[in-house]
Design a protein around this ligand. Structure first.
Ligand code: PLP
Length: 374
């Protein structure tokens, strides 16, 4: 059987074995509804509380500031809509043109309801600097939402500085940290953010579970009305197994953060130097300050889609930078936002390496690229 080489870790990651073992009892034996008063609910309830504490300690938050959700999309929607719907005088939201669609489409939805939104354009390296935010922000801004790191090109934003500027105008600050959390060090107090979105499956937890960090005192409306779960702000029976997997995966990744980072950075260096030696011509998108392992490459005059499919035939999973999702063959809004010329944008792929990748994987990826591009 052909060996699978998985190099699309920005799309999702392999479930950590420790996270899998930790979630198993809550699927099989401890399946009680955590909201029930009887003793069979005690263990799931305790597991949720411990997960809240673990996650809080990984990001420097208080346990009661962690709200469990169904993933990054829900967390982003809640932050954008929940903040806007609290603003009875319809103060403005500012975001960027290269956010994930979970933020962009949530912003479009509030615009339709009469809440104004402004979209900042990053520079050519995919950075939104405080100078760019200065052009947009006023004392009437309600919320600034800027992603911690871009999911296609990996560029890391100056969140602390942007957040400080937002606060100086009395605005709240949200960051979509879905790609970054569990892979780089994040402390909500060091950054100063009011809200932060995360998704377990991007850091080796289960799919369909995430959290929104909401700083104590942040004005926000409930995401879902119903039961009293999540302090009455997000109703619905808790996904206990998923929550346990998320806390375990985050703890494991944070404990090995430096080791994992060094490993992924060394694979990234090896990949780029092997491509350089191969004679393949490319442009790396996202400037110099990117998340470890997210490598967006553009090949002039080539077709990213066909590179993806030929790599797939060789057993290698990567993604393109030219499609927003598998059904959309337009140039992605991210590449448009950083103003990549069309001939390069069309020939863009994203390789995203993770802690499970090896030097053999990197050699196989470069040898496949040589076959396709030379
Ligand atoms: N935000 C970013 C930056 C992402 O990369 C993703 C997923 O690709 C999401 C949000 C959505 O997360 P989820 O898949 O958990 O809904």
């Amino acid at each position: 059987m052909k060996r699978l080489i998985y190099a699309d870790n920005a799309a999702t990651t392999q479930l950590d074995i420790e996270a899998f073992e930790a979630m198993k009892p809550y699927l099989l034996q401890e399946y009680g509804n955590a909201s029930q008063p009887y003793s069979f609910a005690r263990q799931p309830k305790k597991a949720i509380q411990e997960a809240r504490e673990t996650i809080a300690s990984c990001i420097g938050a208080l346990p009661e500031e962690i709200y469990f959700t169904s993933g990054g999309t829900e967390s982003d929607n809640w932050a954008i809509k929940g903040a806007a719907f609290c603003s009875h005088d319809h103060r403005a939201t500012i975001t960027t043109a290269f956010e994930h669609h979970a933020v962009l489409h949530a912003c479009e939805a509030i615009e339709l309801l009469g809440y104004p939104v402004a979209y900042m354009w990053p520079d050519g390296n995919g950075i939104v600097s405080p100078e760019i935010l200065e052009h947009y922000i006023t004392d009437n801004t309600l919320l600034v939402s800027v992603m911690f790191a871009n999911n296609e090109i990996g560029s890391i934003q100056p969140i602390k500085e942007l957040c400080r500027l937002a606060h100086s105008h009395g605005a709240l600050f949200h960051t979509d940290a879905v790609q970054a959390i569990g892979h780089v060090n994040i402390d909500v107090n060091e950054l100063g953010v009011d809200m932060l979105s995360a998704s377990a499956h991007k850091f080796n937890g289960a799919k369909g579970v995430g959290f929104l960090y909401i700083r104590k005192g942040t004005p926000i409306t409930p995401y879902a009305d119903g039961g009293a779960q999540e302090h009455g702000l997000r109703a619905g029976t808790e996904n206990v197994a998923g929550i346990v997997s998320m806390a375990t995966a985050l703890r494991v990744n944070i404990e090995r953060l430096n080791v994992n980072q060094e490993h992924v950075i060394s694979l990234e260096r090896m990949l780029l130097s092997n491509i350089n030696r191969s004679g393949i011509h490319y442009i790396r998108n996202g400037g110099g300050h990117t998340l470890p392992g997210i490598i967006s490459l553009s090949f002039d005059g080539k077709d990213g889609e066909s590179i993806l499919h030929r790599m797939d035939l060789m057993g290698i999973c990567i993604s393109t930078g030219s499609a927003c999702d598998s059904r959309d063959t337009e140039i992605s809004h991210v590449l448009r936002a950083i103003r990549i010329p069309e001939n390069l944008a069309k020939g863009t792929i994203r390789i995203s390496l993770g802690k499970h990748n090896t030097t053999d994987d990197v050699e196989a990826i470069v040898s496949a690229l040589k076959k396709i591009l030379l």
